[in-house]
Design a protein around this ligand. Structure first.
Ligand SMILES: NC(=O)c1ccc[n+]([C@@H]2O[C@H](COP(=O)([O-])OP(=O)(O)OC[C@H]3O[C@@H](n4cnc5c(N)ncnc54)[C@H](OP(=O)(O)O)[C@@H]3O)[C@@H](O)[C@H]2O)c1
Length: 275
């Protein structure tokens, strides 16, 4: 079941959201997978200009018949658009490709070295133009956020980062929570790159609860006030990833999962990204 949280500007955000990176091999498959997800009850779709799927994502949303105000659509600004001085144009192009009236959340996809504060100023201008309900960042660690906040007029609503039981980043979680920035977890299931879903301790908890390992990880996210963005192209697994409200993890189970942390990334370190 989908619950909503409030962002720091009082905008409601449904949780979990559907990840859409590599959701299908072509536009038709992407649209179909998004349509199935909306049928299953997802109301929050996470895309990015970099995923090259904004058009089929937007098409599925328009064709769903679900009132626009019941949906939450995120897209992201890519680093080369920052380096080439085309932030506003990149935003307009995402708007045009999505064609869903407005964007709910626009994120700076990765911090661009030396450009963090001025990128945020342009994000603030886009927000003030009223074409997006909230703005935020992605892959920003504490030192990136400190640079941003030195000159920011608006607090980011969200920081979307790689986060799962093998990469807990509790210090970043505490920092963001202290500032009212909601954390979204990307690759919450460890993507297909690490065997997180086969972790024996997670499997043991899952067996005890009569749930899947994926559901245990997603439930851990919800209880930590994180918004997970699991990606699945499979109808059954999409539904499974939403069925999280009929069980609870105990405080001990939460601590046991926290202790699985091994600072293991599936993706690039935010200081190593190049465009
Ligand atoms: N901001 C960023 O820089 C950034 C970077 C990476 C990702 N993201 C976002 O985060 C989203 C999620 O990350 P991700 O796609 O890397 O990885 P993920 O959601 O952690 O894992 C996806 C993988 O898990 C499988 N899966 C999904 N549900 C499952 C279940 N219940 N049981 C077993 N396997 C399951 C999927 O296969 P099937 O599809 O076959 O079910 C797929 O192989 C992305 O789609 C994207 O929207 C953001």
């Amino acid at each position: 079941m989908i619950k909503t949280r409030l962002l720091n500007n009082r905008i409601e955000i449904p949780s979990p959201g559907l990840g859409t990176y590599r959701l299908g091999r072509n536009d038709e498959e992407v649209s179909r997978a998004v349509r199935h997800a909306l049928d299953a009850g997802y109301r929050h779709i996470d895309t990015a200009s970099f995923y090259d799927n904004e058009m089929p994502v937007g098409k599925a949303i328009r064709e769903s018949g679900i009132p626009r105000e019941d949906l939450f659509v995120t897209t992201k600004l890519w680093g080369s658009d920052i380096l080439e001085g085309r932030i506003e144009r990149a935003f307009d192009e995402s708007m045009r490709r999505l064609d869903v009236g407005y964007i709910d959340l626009y994120l700076v996809h990765w911090p661009v070295k030396g450009r963090i504060a001025d990128t945020w100023r342009e994000m603030e201008r886009i927000y003030q133009s009223g074409r997006v309900k909230a703005i935020g960042v992605s892959n920003h660690l504490i030192h990136h956020l400190e640079l941003l906040l030195k000159e920011a007029g608006i607090m980011p609503a969200v920081n979307q980062v790689e986060l799962h039981p093998y990469l807990v980043m509790q210090e970043l979680q505490d920092y963001c929570q202290g500032k009212g920035i909601v954390i979204e977890s990307w690759s919450p299931l460890g993507s297909s790159k690490i065997p997180l879903l086969a972790d024996p301790m997670l499997q043991e908890i899952a067996n005890r609860k009569g749930k899947s390992t994926a559901q245990v990880i997603l439930r851990w996210n919800l209880q930590k006030q994180l918004i997970p963005l699991p990606k699945s192209s499979d109808r059954q697994r999409q539904r499974e990833n939403l069925s999280l409200s009929d069980f609870n993890l105990t405080a001990d189970e939460m601590t046991d999962i926290d202790r699985l942390d091994r600072n293991l990334r599936t993706g690039i370190h935010p200081d190593a990204i190049t465009f």
